[in-house]
Design a protein around this ligand. Structure first.
Ligand SMILES: NC(=O)C1=CN([C@@H]2O[C@H](COP(=O)(O)OP(=O)(O)OC[C@H]3O[C@@H](n4cnc5c(N)ncnc54)[C@H](OP(=O)(O)O)[C@@H]3O)[C@@H](O)[C@H]2O)C=CC1
Ligand SMILES: CC(C)(CO)C(=O)C(=O)O
Length: 323
């Protein structure tokens, strides 16, 4: 099985290293100092499950790779619209695009029966630009229950979690999902193929929609947010509103807010990927989290005053980074 990891950052390099260790042919597409370090010394992974180093091929030019069976997208979602030129050389007739993103994916309403079938979420897929770069029929969803960071170029710190749940937008159990799942398992990761991945999308999002922007606004870790009574109340309010929006688009996450909070607390003194981006001066990946859910609230008539307020201030923060 031949895989290209496009955007071999914290998650992408970790997955690429694991797949390579499991015997897959892996090509990492990276750039800058990080690419130079990987070429020199491989991807070094520090993990509570055991440290290891993998030496997959790494490049900044996908044309060097040729076509692959699966493209694992480790880019931030706000880079998807511009990824078309990087993706195209990797595609043969049946190449899948497996996107490890937080938040609402661009394929969310693709193949979903009901009143919103085929609806394009503008804040996720502005003007159809993401769908143009990442064709819907190739999309396989992925919800990441792992926490990783790039500690220095070429060095990934894996903090916790090895589950990467995947699934077809249609819910079918397809050979392409099974193929990828088996390769991930051989690499030591958990990769269940879910029939209703949208449920995982919302369960994961209940945490990210609250912790990621609050962590950036307050420069706080996950555990730090949970320890602060007022911040914890804010998290609960944001989760409650998010569950209401999920239900209105036809999905009940089916997890209590207390249970979701306990899950997030387990991440400990982890800086969310949004706080990591803030500290590096990178754009914040908030459109697929907050803007998307506020847009869906407007679509379905749900009241989301807390999400709206946090969206406004975190958007302002994001704008200040761009200027
Ligand atoms: N980190 C985590 O623990 C988790 C992350 N996720 C999700 O996973 C996805 C990836 O996040 P994460 O791994 O943290 O992000 P990173 O920023 O660590 O990784 C993205 C990588 O893509 C690279 N990249 C961007 N554009 C290009 C390009 N044109 N060519 C080559 N490389 C490029 C970036 O390089 P550069 O640094 O130079 O910009 C970076 O190395 C996100 O959607 C996030 O929400 C989900 C759960 C947990
Ligand atoms: C915090 C974590 C690891 C899990 O909720 C995450 O998804 C992120 O950092 O964006």
């Amino acid at each position: 099985m031949k895989v290209a990891v496009l955007g071999a950052g914290a998650i992408g390099a970790y997955v690429g290293a694991a797949l390579h260790r499991g015997g897959a042919e892996v090509h990492l597409i990276a750039r800058g100092e990080h690419l130079r370090a990987i070429r020199e010394a491989g991807v070094r992974v520090l993990s509570p499950r055991g440290d290891f180093t993998a030496h997959p091929h790494a490049t900044d030019d996908p044309r060097e790779v040729g076509t692959v069976d699966h493209v694992f997208l480790g880019l931030k979602a706000n880079s998807y619209a511009a990824a078309g030129a990087l993706v195209r050389p990797l595609l043969h007739e049946s190449t899948t695009l497996i996107a490890a993103q937080n938040g609402i994916p661009w394929w969310y309403f693709h193949g979903l029966k009901g009143p919103y079938q085929g609806y394009r979420i503008e804040s996720v897929d502005p003007g159809g630009s993401v769908t143009a770069a990442l064709p819907l029929e190739r999309a396989v969803g992925c919800v990441v229950y792992a926490a990783t960071e790039i500690e220095e170029p070429g060095l990934v710190r894996h903090l916790e979690g090895t589950r990467f749940s995947i699934g077809e937008p249609s819910g079918e159990l397809t050979a392409r999902c099974v193929d990828f799942s088996e390769a991930m398992t051989r690499g030591g990761l958990k990769c269940p193929v879910e029939q209703d991945l949208r449920k995982d999308v919302w369960i994961k999002l209940m945490g990210n929609i609250a912790f990621n922007p609050i962590s950036a606004l307050a420069r706080a870790t996950m555990a730090g947010i949970c320890r602060h009574d007022g911040a914890r109340e804010l998290v609960v309010a944001m989760m409650r509103e998010t569950v209401e929006v999920a239900r209105r688009v036809g999905c009940d996450p089916g997890v209590s807010i207390e249970r979701r909070l306990r899950g997030a607390e387990k991440a400990g003194e982890h800086k969310t990927s949004t706080l990591q981006d803030l500290e590096k001066g990178k754009p914040l990946e908030l459109d697929v989290l907050l803007a998307a859910v506020v847009e869906l609230a407007d679509l379905t008539g749900a009241e989301v005053p807390t999400l709206r307020a946090i969206h406004a201030v975190s958007d302002l923060l994001n704008e200040s980074l761009a200027s």
